[in-house]
Ligand binder design. Structure first.
Ligand code: UDX
Ligand code: ADP
Length: 459
């Protein structure tokens, strides 16, 4: 089956970069990304590609090259669905904040709305591709909705989880370790495989059944997150012994069975996927009565929460057991470097804890706008929005954020932090000047030589 037109519902961190790369590598296919959020679509269409809603290295260049040719951004959802032979669903699937499965299960209301939208609009057969990370058996639910309200139209459902990591999305898409396609219809699978086949070698395109594909995505994220919680657990032990977590990570990572990646001890993992997907896994396991399986994976989250909490506890105890009225400068708000995404960022939780101890917080992040910082804190509902505004200031300049601070907390591993003038920063701060490095970013010896009191994870 030859695909000429693709529609992608959801112009976010996954849909945007993925479709931009598909369009670039398939100049004969027209790709339209639609979204209900007009502001987001306007930003994707902004002449100035530095204003795209998703900050991702390499993305502006691809958008510039393809936009208006075979890549389009629009809010005309029905029209784009109607015209396409293949529809990707790439909407957000956050953890439920209400009702059954609150705090654990994925909220599938956006996915269901998409399925209903497709069923209502479709007049011709469609291949529907689930791209959002979804719990196992979601494809089945989508199929049921489509078949029951879609009339005569035939729908084939594929699961095609995306493995890109933010900050390296374009490289990950251009050179994926593998592409995974789960489905029943061989014809539909091959139609999607041929789109990826324009740049991905065929032996790296795996074909599985739908459920294996869905579960593989959750499992991949659970394994990756587990590595981080494992090394973070060791980091705490290092802080109580003479061991250094980087040396331990290097030593174990050279074992080819373990491998060197994803062993950076940190303030704790964030991002839109790891926590959500593990909670999903835990929820599913519990729903089948598999309590040992559920407990096993839940521990990865428990350790991660502990890591964030003990970092802020350490900061408070070191500052003579009180941060009330003290200025804490937070460098970085994004959940990792090279993204403007802040979902589940450790910075949010650390800030919230410090604010509960009446600290005043000064935030600087190279890519996260001021409004996002307040929105993240307000979302937690810990205190009134007015109080967050009084206690938190967001700066465009790191030196202003740091001026007169009692302590700096490094939350994101942005490269630019390493090249700051740390002598100048020392002079700007209250003494003793403390640095709490949640990313093991700075060199302990040279920082201590300047006069800082320096604490880093795992050492
Ligand atoms: C992750 C998966 O890597 C990706 O395959 C999946 O599609 C989506 O989820 P992402 O969340 O974008 O991608 O970023 P990732 O690089 O995995 O980092 C996640 C979090 O773990 C970040 O907060 C990062 O700082 C942290 N991390 C990562 C560590 O603390 N230590 C590490 O060694 C690696
Ligand atoms: P992800 O990281 O999975 O890409 P994002 O939150 O960045 O998640 O993007 C999801 C996008 O999906 C948002 O821009 C949101 O407005 C959009 N969206 C959610 N529901 C619908 C819907 N029913 N129709 C169209 N777009 C939707």
């Amino acid at each position: 089956m030859k695909i000429n037109k693709i529609c992608c519902i959801g112009a976010g961190y996954v849909g945007g970069p993925t479709m931009a790369v598909i369009a670039k590598m398939n100049p004969n296919i027209q790709v339209t990304i639609v979204d209900i959020n007009q502001e987001r679509i306007d930003a994707w269409n902004d002449d100035d590609v530095s204003k795209l809603p998703v900050y991702e290295p390499g993305l502006p260049e691809i958008v510039k090259e393809t936009r208006g040719k075979n890549l389009h951004f629009s809010t005309e959802i029905d029209k784009a669905i109607d015209e396409a032979e293949m529809v990707f669903i790439s909407v957000n699937t956050p953890t439920k904040t209400y009702g059954k499965g609150k705090g654990m299960a994925a909220d599938l209301k956006y996915v269901e709305l998409c399925a209903r939208n497709i069923a209502d609009v479709a007049k011709t057969d469609k291949i529907v591709v689930e791209k959002s990370t979804l719990p196992v058996r979601t494809a089945h639910a989508i199929k049921s909705i489509l078949d029951n309200i879609g009339g005569e139209v035939k729908f084939d459902i594929l699961s095609n989880p995306e493995f890109l990591a933010e900050g390296t999305a374009i490289q990950d898409l251009l050179k994926p370790d593998r592409v995974l396609i789960g489905g029943e219809s061989k014809e539909a699978i091959e139609a999607l495989a041929s789109i990826y086949g324009s740049w991905v070698p065929q032996d790296q395109i795996l074909r599985t059944n739908v459920w294996s594909s869905e579960l593989s995505k959750l499992t991949a994220n659970a394994f990756l997150a587990q590595r981080i919680s494992s090394i973070n657990a060791i980091s705490e032990l290092c802080e109580h012994t003479e061991a250094n977590v980087s040396e331990v990570a290097r030593a174990i990572g050279m074992d080819s069975r373990i491998g060197p990646k994803f062993l950076n001890a940190s303030i704790g993992f964030g991002g839109s996927c790891f926590q959500k997907d593990i909670l999903n896994l835990v929820y599913i396991a519990r729903s089948y009565g598999l309590n040992e399986v559920a407990d096993y994976w839940e521990q990865v989250i428990i350790l991660n929460d502990h890591q964030k909490r003990r970092f802020s506890d350490k900061l408070i105890t070191t500052l003579y057991n009180t941060v009330s009225g003290k200025k804490i400068a937070m460098l970085g708000w994004a959940f990792k470097k090279d993204t403007n995404d802040t979902r589940e960022s450790a910075a949010i939780y650390v800030a919230d804890h410090l604010l509960s101890e009446q600290a005043s917080i000064a935030v600087y992040d190279p890519k996260v706008p001021k409004a996002k910082v307040y929105a993240d804190l307000n979302y937690l509902n810990t205190r009134l929005e007015k109080e967050n505004e009084e206690l938190v200031e967001v700066f465009n300049n790191p030196y202003e954020a740091i001026k007169d601070a009692h302590a700096i907390a490094i939350m994101t591993e942005w490269d630019e932090f390493k090249s700051y003038d740390w002598n100048k920063i020392y002079n700007l701060m209250k003494k003793p000047a403390f640095i709490f490095d949640g990313r093991r970013l700075l060199d302990k010896n040279s920082i201590e030589k300047i006069g800082f009191k320096y604490f880093t994870i795992g050492q």
